[in-house]
Design a protein around this ligand. Structure first.
Ligand SMILES: [Zn+2]
Length: 186
Protein backbone atom coordinates (compact mmCIF):
# COMPACT_ATOMS: atom_id res chain seq x y z
CA UNK A 1 0.00 0.00 0.00
CA UNK A 2 1.39 3.40 -1.00
CA UNK A 3 1.74 6.17 1.48
CA UNK A 4 -1.15 8.07 -0.04
CA UNK A 5 -3.45 5.11 0.05
CA UNK A 6 -2.70 4.65 3.72
CA UNK A 7 -3.97 8.15 4.38
CA UNK A 8 -7.20 8.00 2.40
CA UNK A 9 -10.39 8.59 4.28
CA UNK A 10 -11.52 5.08 3.55
CA UNK A 11 -8.35 3.54 4.92
CA UNK A 12 -8.58 5.64 8.07
CA UNK A 13 -12.23 4.74 8.49
CA UNK A 14 -11.40 1.06 8.08
CA UNK A 15 -8.71 1.26 10.72
CA UNK A 16 -11.04 3.00 13.15
CA UNK A 17 -13.70 0.39 12.45
CA UNK A 18 -11.30 -2.47 13.03
CA UNK A 19 -10.16 -0.92 16.27
CA UNK A 20 -13.73 -0.36 17.39
CA UNK A 21 -14.72 -3.91 16.58
CA UNK A 22 -11.76 -5.27 18.46
CA UNK A 23 -12.79 -3.16 21.40
CA UNK A 24 -16.32 -4.51 21.26
CA UNK A 25 -15.26 -8.04 20.75
CA UNK A 26 -13.63 -8.88 24.04
CA UNK A 27 -15.92 -6.95 26.30
CA UNK A 28 -17.88 -8.67 29.05
CA UNK A 29 -21.03 -6.65 29.61
CA UNK A 30 -21.98 -8.73 32.60
CA UNK A 31 -18.90 -7.58 34.49
CA UNK A 32 -18.36 -4.43 32.43
CA UNK A 33 -14.86 -5.53 31.76
CA UNK A 34 -12.86 -4.97 28.60
CA UNK A 35 -10.34 -7.69 27.87
CA UNK A 36 -7.36 -7.11 25.65
CA UNK A 37 -7.67 -10.19 23.46
CA UNK A 38 -9.22 -13.59 23.13
CA UNK A 39 -6.91 -15.12 25.68
CA UNK A 40 -7.67 -12.41 28.21
CA UNK A 41 -11.37 -12.88 27.60
CA UNK A 42 -11.11 -16.64 28.12
CA UNK A 43 -9.23 -16.12 31.38
CA UNK A 44 -11.82 -13.62 32.49
CA UNK A 45 -14.68 -16.00 31.73
CA UNK A 46 -13.13 -18.61 33.98
CA UNK A 47 -12.55 -16.20 36.82
CA UNK A 48 -14.57 -16.55 39.99
CA UNK A 49 -16.01 -13.05 39.78
CA UNK A 50 -17.34 -13.68 36.28
CA UNK A 51 -18.83 -17.04 37.29
CA UNK A 52 -20.61 -15.39 40.19
CA UNK A 53 -21.93 -12.70 37.88
CA UNK A 54 -23.18 -15.35 35.46
CA UNK A 55 -24.99 -17.13 38.26
CA UNK A 56 -26.87 -13.97 39.09
CA UNK A 57 -27.65 -13.57 35.40
CA UNK A 58 -28.80 -17.19 35.11
CA UNK A 59 -31.37 -16.62 37.81
CA UNK A 60 -32.95 -13.72 36.02
CA UNK A 61 -31.83 -13.37 32.40
CA UNK A 62 -34.97 -11.68 31.04
CA UNK A 63 -34.97 -8.94 33.56
CA UNK A 64 -31.30 -8.24 33.01
CA UNK A 65 -31.63 -8.11 29.22
CA UNK A 66 -34.66 -5.87 29.57
CA UNK A 67 -32.70 -3.59 31.86
CA UNK A 68 -29.80 -3.34 29.42
CA UNK A 69 -32.14 -2.78 26.50
CA UNK A 70 -33.88 0.04 28.31
CA UNK A 71 -30.58 1.64 29.25
CA UNK A 72 -29.23 1.27 25.73
CA UNK A 73 -32.31 2.89 24.23
CA UNK A 74 -32.37 5.73 26.75
CA UNK A 75 -28.74 6.68 26.19
CA UNK A 76 -28.99 6.29 22.45
CA UNK A 77 -32.01 8.58 22.26
CA UNK A 78 -30.41 11.05 24.64
CA UNK A 79 -27.43 11.25 22.34
CA UNK A 80 -29.76 11.75 19.35
CA UNK A 81 -31.56 14.53 21.16
CA UNK A 82 -28.37 16.25 22.25
CA UNK A 83 -26.39 16.02 19.02
CA UNK A 84 -28.82 15.46 16.16
CA UNK A 85 -32.08 16.90 17.32
CA UNK A 86 -33.10 18.44 14.04
CA UNK A 87 -31.27 16.37 11.50
CA UNK A 88 -31.77 13.25 9.48
CA UNK A 89 -28.67 11.18 9.98
CA UNK A 90 -27.22 7.76 9.17
CA UNK A 91 -27.90 5.30 11.97
CA UNK A 92 -24.32 4.01 11.79
CA UNK A 93 -22.96 7.52 12.40
CA UNK A 94 -25.03 7.91 15.54
CA UNK A 95 -24.12 4.43 16.66
CA UNK A 96 -20.41 5.04 16.22
CA UNK A 97 -20.64 8.26 18.20
CA UNK A 98 -22.64 6.50 20.86
CA UNK A 99 -20.18 3.65 21.34
CA UNK A 100 -17.37 6.16 21.67
CA UNK A 101 -18.49 6.57 25.24
CA UNK A 102 -16.39 4.07 27.15
CA UNK A 103 -19.25 3.23 29.48
CA UNK A 104 -21.93 2.72 26.90
CA UNK A 105 -24.19 -0.30 27.14
CA UNK A 106 -23.09 -2.83 24.54
CA UNK A 107 -25.66 -3.89 22.03
CA UNK A 108 -24.81 -7.57 22.38
CA UNK A 109 -26.34 -7.53 25.84
CA UNK A 110 -29.65 -6.07 24.66
CA UNK A 111 -32.65 -7.65 22.99
CA UNK A 112 -31.47 -6.36 19.60
CA UNK A 113 -29.06 -8.49 17.65
CA UNK A 114 -28.22 -5.82 15.07
CA UNK A 115 -28.33 -2.07 14.64
CA UNK A 116 -30.94 -2.55 11.88
CA UNK A 117 -33.18 -4.39 14.28
CA UNK A 118 -32.82 -1.59 16.79
CA UNK A 119 -33.51 1.08 14.15
CA UNK A 120 -36.66 -0.75 13.06
CA UNK A 121 -37.74 -0.88 16.67
CA UNK A 122 -37.27 2.90 16.98
CA UNK A 123 -39.46 3.37 13.92
CA UNK A 124 -42.12 0.95 15.10
CA UNK A 125 -42.43 2.58 18.50
CA UNK A 126 -42.54 6.09 17.02
CA UNK A 127 -39.35 7.25 18.70
CA UNK A 128 -37.61 8.14 15.46
CA UNK A 129 -38.57 8.54 11.86
CA UNK A 130 -36.62 5.82 10.04
CA UNK A 131 -35.97 5.18 6.36
CA UNK A 132 -34.00 2.57 4.52
CA UNK A 133 -31.90 4.00 1.69
CA UNK A 134 -29.24 2.54 -0.60
CA UNK A 135 -26.77 4.14 1.82
CA UNK A 136 -28.23 2.35 4.81
CA UNK A 137 -30.73 3.35 7.46
CA UNK A 138 -31.36 7.00 8.24
CA UNK A 139 -33.05 8.22 11.37
CA UNK A 140 -34.60 11.48 12.53
CA UNK A 141 -35.28 12.13 16.16
CA UNK A 142 -38.93 12.81 16.98
CA UNK A 143 -38.98 15.52 19.55
CA UNK A 144 -41.83 14.41 21.74
CA UNK A 145 -41.51 17.36 24.08
CA UNK A 146 -42.11 20.03 21.50
CA UNK A 147 -44.61 17.86 19.68
CA UNK A 148 -46.69 17.51 22.82
CA UNK A 149 -46.43 21.25 23.42
CA UNK A 150 -47.54 21.94 19.88
CA UNK A 151 -50.51 19.63 20.16
CA UNK A 152 -51.53 21.21 23.44
CA UNK A 153 -51.32 24.68 21.98
CA UNK A 154 -53.45 23.62 19.04
CA UNK A 155 -55.97 22.08 21.40
CA UNK A 156 -56.18 25.27 23.44
CA UNK A 157 -56.64 27.28 20.28
CA UNK A 158 -59.43 24.99 19.19
CA UNK A 159 -61.13 25.31 22.57
CA UNK A 160 -60.90 29.07 22.34
CA UNK A 161 -62.32 29.03 18.84
CA UNK A 162 -65.14 26.81 20.04
CA UNK A 163 -65.88 29.22 22.87
CA UNK A 164 -66.00 32.19 20.52
CA UNK A 165 -68.33 30.25 18.27
CA UNK A 166 -70.60 29.32 21.17
CA UNK A 167 -70.72 32.92 22.34
CA UNK A 168 -71.70 34.05 18.87
CA UNK A 169 -74.48 31.49 18.73
CA UNK A 170 -75.70 32.49 22.17
CA UNK A 171 -75.80 36.14 21.18
CA UNK A 172 -77.65 35.20 18.03
CA UNK A 173 -80.23 33.25 20.03
CA UNK A 174 -80.61 36.16 22.48
CA UNK A 175 -81.21 38.49 19.58
CA UNK A 176 -83.89 36.21 18.20
CA UNK A 177 -85.56 35.95 21.62
CA UNK A 178 -85.52 39.73 21.95
CA UNK A 179 -87.03 40.07 18.52
CA UNK A 180 -89.71 37.54 19.36
CA UNK A 181 -90.49 39.36 22.59
CA UNK A 182 -90.77 42.66 20.74
CA UNK A 183 -93.15 41.07 18.28
CA UNK A 184 -95.25 39.65 21.09
CA UNK A 185 -95.51 43.06 22.74
CA UNK A 186 -96.91 44.64 19.65
ZN1 LIG B 1 -17.44 -11.27 32.99
Amino acid sequence: MGKNEFLTRKAIANRIMAKGLQKLRWYCQMCQKQCRDENGFKCHCMSESHQRQMQIFGQNPHQIIEGYSEEFETYFLEHMKRSHRFSRIAATVVYNEYINDRHHVHMNSTQWATLTEFVKYLGRTGKCKVEETPKGWFITYIDRDSETLFKERMKNKRIKADMVEEEKQEKEIMKQIEKAEQLMQR
